[in-house]
Design a protein around this ligand. Structure first.
Ligand code: ATP
Ligand code: HSE
Length: 313
């Protein structure tokens, strides 16, 4: 019987401009690490949290690692005692799916500790419960790609219908993380409850175009489809320099760009990695001008999702 398991879950870009709450992909560049260790008594404990600046909750009903594992154990039907150790590789409130990565890494580790009773896709509802605990909304467009890898479409939430999409060769992602926090719940609160019919038409056309572009490996179609009329117009005002950075990234060769998840990180897709240095330089100059530090990450699209790093007997 396994005594402890450590797993990694990648950061994710949710929405991908046109797919609000229904589209996302993971990146290779970074993620969260969770180790779960069996204990003699039933019950979960968060025993360590590193690299969170002391900001994350240790309570099992609040930390997404524990919330997710608890939901899994309820479905498993047996209370197994586990100690949970979390190392944050992702900045908080960044728009890179940080709460999701914690939950997914915890689930993959705990599932393996139990001998993998759940298939990968069957862990998703437990991760959604955790996401709801963290930001008030049970959106799956961070947890699903972090768990499954590649572009993932959430066709429906009730019941869950999640589809892994084709990843074209040579598609590359640049992430720009300006140094301030924007919580998902805050940037969801600026959104409208209803959208005009014409916006629904525009958005549906673009999400269909984007998915077709992936399968046809048609980078021009992907580029044309990266437009968001639902969330971006309301959220852009929360992100200093958004429109300037957008113009500079496009001029430097991005296929398209947008807000990663709920921001403030911005992402750009490109064909290959040749343009990424120019994109980063252009954006860095703009952020410097507005007095904001920025971290830049380059990554291929992660196609495998979360994985087990280490098992101890
Ligand atoms: N392991 C965790 N347990 C509990 N809360 C967490 C955990 N990791 C992050 N959070 C919190 O969850 C909230 C949701 O933010 P999160 O950091 O996931 O958003 P994000 O990185 O901006 O991602 P996105 O916009 O892509 O959802 C933040 O308040 C963050 O501090
Ligand atoms: N789809 C979610 C993702 C949050 O990362 C949102 O845009 O609020």
């Amino acid at each position: 019987m396994m005594r402890s398991v450590k797993a990694f879950a990648p950061a994710t870009v949710a929405n991908v401009s046109c797919g609000f709450d229904i589209l996302g992909f993971p990146i290779d560049a970074m993620g969260d690490y969770v180790e779960v260790t069996r204990r003699d008594r039933p019950g979960l404990r968060v025993v360590s949290i590193e690299d969170d600046g002391g900001k994350l909750p240790w309570e099992v009903e609040k930390n997404t690692c524990a919330v997710a594992i608890q939901a899994m154990l309820e479905s498993y039907g047996k209370q197994v005692g586990m100690d949970i150790a979390l190392r944050k590789g992702l900045p908080l409130g960044s728009g890179m799916g940080s709460s999701a990565a914690s939950a997914v890494a915890a689930l993959v580790a705990a599932n393996r500790l139990l001998g993998d009773p759940f298939e990968r896709k069957d862990l998703l509802p437990f991760a959604i419960v955790a996401e709801k605990a963290a930001c008030g909304a049970g959106h799956a467009d961070n947890v699903a790609p972090s768990l499954l890898g590649g572009f993932v479409l959430i066709r429906d939430y009730h019941p869950l219908d999640v589809i892994k999409l084709h990843v074209p060769k040579g598609l590359y992602c640049t992430l720009l993380h300006p140094h301030f926090e924007l919580n998902t719940s805050d940037s969801r609160s600026v959104l409208r409850d209803s959208i005009p019919l014409k916006h629904s038409t525009i958005q549906s056309g673009n999400v269909a175009g984007f998915v077709s572009g992936l399968y046809q490996e048609d980078f021009e179609l992907i580029s044309r489809s990266m437009r968001d009329v639902i969330a971006e117009p309301y959220r852009a005002v929360l992100i200093p320099g958004f429109y300037e950075v957008r113009e500079s990234l496009k001029a430097a060769g991005a296929l398209g760009m947008g807000i990663s998840g709920s921001g403030p990180t911005l992402f750009a897709l490109s064909k290959g990695s040749e343009q990424t240095a120019a994109m980063a330089k252009a954006a860095e100059e703009i952020y410097e001008g507005i007095g904001l530090g920025v971290d830049v990450y380059f990554s291929a699209i992660n196609t495998v999702g979360a994985y087990v790093l280490e098992e101890k007997n």
